[in-house]
Design a protein around this ligand. Structure first.
Ligand code: GLU
Length: 429
């Protein structure tokens, strides 16, 4: 028996501005017609299982106390423990974290990892605080969410503005309270603490692997092909390096510090060094600075949005002159923009597959921690490639079978897996 859903409008939904959570709900509605009898259960995806809001009070370096709002949302635990990153950003909201946790449920299911979906965040601009303040924020947040996380319950990992050091502080805080070192409580840790080889580059490497597969399907020769990248952090930077290594040209990049263009290809290694030294692409040599809006109109073969959600909308989708979009970010494209891009024949490799490399190697890290047996980087990269390419070909054949976009195809596979588990488990009590 499917559950009976009371269709009250939840408090976090705003019909005027759907935001990331509204986008996810629309994506669920789009997939429902393809789920057969499982569609009876599809409303279950619209209700995150558990959402926690915490106060994070912290003593700042000047002696005053500041309060930050923190979140951990477990969207679905049907297929296994929750999994998903923790984001530090001044614009983080509960509804954004809900959407990001839901995309994690879909993502882990698309690539077949035995996890559900979860996400965390703190509403803070980390650039405004010292390393000591960020450490205290991280530790207090970890303590506040420790009631619902656990090695076999919900395993945080890195996301926007968090990194291996953040994960080390989270692991230490949780372990100190548990009275035992628990490496498997988070993934994306530094290597000496049980981190996995290949984890730092994994998301960018996954973007590259599916980007190459999509280019092959579209008949694009990647030698000399043009690549544009929004966001030049861990994901965008790694993807740039890997495409550069096979002879593609990174012709445009954009981040919060500027937008650069060079039709002959930017010097990627010099740009990576510039970003490391200055914190952004702005002011890098051998490139023309262009207006932020012009970035979308740059003629390119592959466009990689690798920053935040909601970047490709009905406002700029018809300006885009790319043949393929590979979504390194979570939720960069709105459903309206998806329709415009589909009608214009632009192939969109969706986030839930394209950026799944990170969580896939997080899964490898969790498995290595559980067995205390560590793998070589060759083995990790090989397993990552196999998982990404299998999921890519499953998505492509589902898209062809139902004549739908790659995003809807990925959602068909993922939602079928999640809802099958949901149906088999049944409703308690
Ligand atoms: N932040 C990553 C993502 O959006 C995953 C983090 C993790 O490894 O759990 O996919």
């Amino acid at each position: 028996m499917p559950e009976q859903i009371t269709q009250n409008m939840p408090s976090y939904l705003d019909s005027e501005n759907p935001g990331p959570w509204g986008i996810f709900l629309e994506q669920v509605d789009r997939v429902a017609p393809y789920l057969g009898e499982l569609s009876q259960w599809s409303d279950t995806l619209k209700y995150p299982e558990r959402s926690l809001i915490v106060d994070v009070p912290v003593r700042l370096d000047d002696g005053t106390i500041a309060h930050f709002e923190g979140y951990r949302v477990q969207h679905s635990l049907n297929r296994g423990p929750g999994k998903g990153g923790v984001r530090f950003h001044q614009d983080v909201t509960l509804s954004e974290v809900m959407a990001l946790s839901a995309w994690m449920s879909v993502k882990t299911a698309v690539v077949g990892l035995p996890f559900g979906g979860a996400k965390g965040g703190i509403r803070i601009d980390p650039r405004k605080y010292s390393a000591g303040e960020i450490e205290r924020v991280t530790r207090r947040y970890t303590h506040e969410i420790s009631a619902i996380i656990g090695v076999n319950k919900d395993i945080p990992g890195p996301d926007v503005n968090t990194n291996a050091q953040t994960m080390a502080w989270m692991m230490d805080t949780y372990s100190m309270c548990a009275g035992a070192t628990q490496p498997g409580i988070v993934t994306g840790k530094p290597i000496p603490l049980g981190g996995s080889l290949g984890r730092v580059e994994a998301t960018g490497r996954g973007v590259f692997i599916v980007g190459v597969a999509a280019a092959k399907d579209a008949g694009i020769d990647l030698t000399g092909a043009r690549i544009s990248i929004q966001g030049f952090g861990n994901v965008g930077g790694t993807a740039a390096r890997l495409f550069n290594e096979i002879g593609s040209k990174v012709v445009a990049v954009q981040d919060h510090t500027g937008t650069l263009y060079n039709p002959n290809g930017l010097d990627v290694e010099a740009l990576l060094a510039h970003v490391k030294a200055t914190g952004g692409v702005g002011g890098a040599a051998n490139a023309t600075a262009i207006a932020a809006d012009e970035f979308w109109a740059v003629e390119t073969d592959i466009l990689i949005p690798a920053a935040l959600e909601g970047q490709i909308t009905k406002r700029n989708a018809d300006k885009i002159r790319a043949r393929i979009i590979v979504e390194g970010a979570n939720g960069p494209t709105t459903p309206e923009a998806d329709d415009i891009l589909n009608s214009r024949g632009v192939i969109v490799v969706p986030d839930v597959l394209a950026n799944a490399g990170g969580v896939t190697v997080s899964y490898f890290e969790w498995v290595q921690n559980a067995s205390s047996f560590y793998w070589s980087v060759e083995e990790i990269n090989q397993r990552l490639e196999t998982i990404m390419l299998n999921a890519y070909s499953c998505m492509s054949s589902t898209a062809a079978e139902h004549n739908v976009s790659l995003r809807t195809a990925a959602f068909i596979t993922a939602c079928t897996r999640i809802l099958e588990a949901r149906q088999l488990r049944g409703l308690y009590p």
